[in-house]
Design a binder for this molecule. Structure first.
Ligand SMILES: Nc1ncnc2c1ncn2[C@@H]1O[C@H](COP(=O)(O)OP(=O)(O)OP(=O)(O)O)[C@@H](O)[C@H]1O
Ligand SMILES: [Mg+2]
Length: 254
């Protein structure tokens, strides 16, 4: 298993936000994380990636308890694309993506061919190579999001956490980014709001409600009319999609 979470609990003051979550993700798998606003998706991703510590429970990534691994060692294996990530300083696109190489570099080695290759490939993967010299501040919202994904890819992670990576992206880039993430030879855990995209690109889906896992399985098992009604409070028709195992959801106005 690539990622194993056991009985994760995390809260603030008296409120429990992530409530006894256990899950496993196989090597190479793309796991979708869905749930209403405030259900705990971002909080859970941050616990899984080691960006915050659980009140109780544990996370193992590639066989190691992340509480016992140094930040730097973890960053060589795990990348995180934040929801609404920003970059403060006035850097070029290339420089932002170069930051992804930081965990792999030591003070003794300079910028290597491998670093350069990782940055170039990452920029191409998100269709941003043409804008590599442009200043970060001048990018559109979708371009910024793609640069942040490139930065994570340049990190050459084995496990990638993405918090709403399709935020701000046009439909072409939403599909391209998710297709690429799925095809890459890495394990990914992706929080998504678009349930049809989750059905198209995730091997399995975990559904959070009020900090708890209320469903987990392949898209066709999880995305049922009754779950959409109970968890997301919407009426919808669920029909088989164009590809096997990918249901198509049609939301109803009334
Ligand atoms: N540090 C914190 N202090 C207080 N409350 C918090 C903190 N972090 C998260 N919360 C609360 O926990 C709940 C879950 O937040 P989280 O960001 O994990 O939800 P989410 O599922 O990612 O939502 P969204 O779909 O809107 O991104 C929210 O109600 C949020 O207000
Ligand atoms: Mg969130």
């Amino acid at each position: 298993m690539s990622v194993i979470a056991q009985n994760l609990i995390w809260g603030v003051r008296r409120r429990t936000i992530v409530n006894d979550v256990s899950l496993t993700v196989a090597e190479g798998e793309t796991l979708g994380l869905i749930g209403p606003n405030g259900s705990g998706k971002s909080s859970l991703l941050r616990l899984l990636a080691g960006l915050k510590s659980p009140g109780s429970g544990r996370v193992e990534i590639l066989g190691q308890d992340i509480a016992r691994v140094s930040r730097r060692a973890l960053a060589r294996q795990v990348a995180f694309v934040q929801q609404n990530a920003t970059t403060d300083t006035n850097m070029s696109v290339r420089d932002v993506v170069r930051l992804g190489r930081t965990p792999h570099r030591s003070p003794l080695t300079g910028w290597t061919m491998a670093d350069e290759a990782a940055v170039s490939t990452a920029l191409e993967q998100v269709d941003m190579a043409g804008l590599r010299g442009q200043a970060w501040q001048t990018l559109s919202g979708g371009e910024r999001q793609r640069v942040h994904i490139a930065r994570a890819l340049a990190q050459s992670p084995r496990v990638m956490f993405l918090d709403e990576p399709t935020n701000h992206l046009d439909i072409h880039h939403q599909i391209e980014i998710l297709r690429m993430v799925r095809r890459l030879d890495l394990t990914s855990i992706v929080a998504l709001h678009d349930l049809n995209l989750a059905a198209m690109f995730c091997d399995r889906i975990v559904v959070l409600q009020g900090g708890r896992v209320v469903a987990c399985g392949v898209p066709a098992e999880v995305l049922t009319r009754s779950l959409l009604r109970d968890v997301f409070r919407v009426e919808a028709e669920v029909t088989p999609g164009p590809y096997p195992g990918q249901p198509h959801i049609r939301f109803m106005a009334a």
